[in-house]
Design a protein around this ligand. Sequence first.
Ligand code: PEP
Length: 251
Amino acid sequence: MTRARLVVGNWKMNPPSVDAAVALARAVAETPPPAHVAVGVAPPSVALVAVSAALRGSPVAVYAQDVHWEDRGAHTGAIAASMLAGHATGTIVGHSEVRREQGDDDARVARKLARAVAGGLRVVLCVGESEAEFLAGETERLIVRQIAVDAAPLQAARERSGALVVAYEPIWAIGTGRPATPTHASNAARVIRRALDGLGLDGAATAVLYGGSVTAASAPEFAAADGIDGALVGGASLAAAEFASIVRAFG
Ligand code: PEP
């Protein structure tokens, strides 16, 4: 099974201004990705429109970092999936920082995923265990539970299940400089695909990314890891040259 490869830079609450985000986007677009590797960047929502305009005509796709599960209304601070039309091709949902800081549980993540997919967006669904769960040997149980709830809306929208990408992001590896081993990531990818199959979805056809302290130095071993189709990159995506090396590693 050949799956498309994908590397997405999650800029989080960076860089410090819209102008700096546009400059970073332009710098990313200067290095065309290898054939068969799709590239995306996820700027903060205030910079989405400007970054999307700066990247028009380039192969670099724009992703939102999150969307709301409703389409309109009294949801201060949120953006609707439909507002991204013409500006983003996809969105991240379920990032552990959003789960932690904004109280997203799996039920909310599932509703966000459903709304994003219905709105025609590609969805990068983040799942992954905490350090305590990792140390307790509960990685598999946690991932299976997250996928069973978060991806469940796709059971009723199987024709759109190609829109799903899953990012395995162990929380203890995010921003710590301590990536998981490629073997651990490969095992997690296997569990993710089995859990998708359990929902009646096509695990083998679903791209699984690894995220958590990926750098230019560690990218080649994740690119070579069984079942890993790309990366979700935080800190290292803020330097265009390093991000380009990571993208190249997946080519
Ligand atoms: C992330 O936030 O999705 C991430 C993987 O961050 P970092 O690469 O900085 O660990």
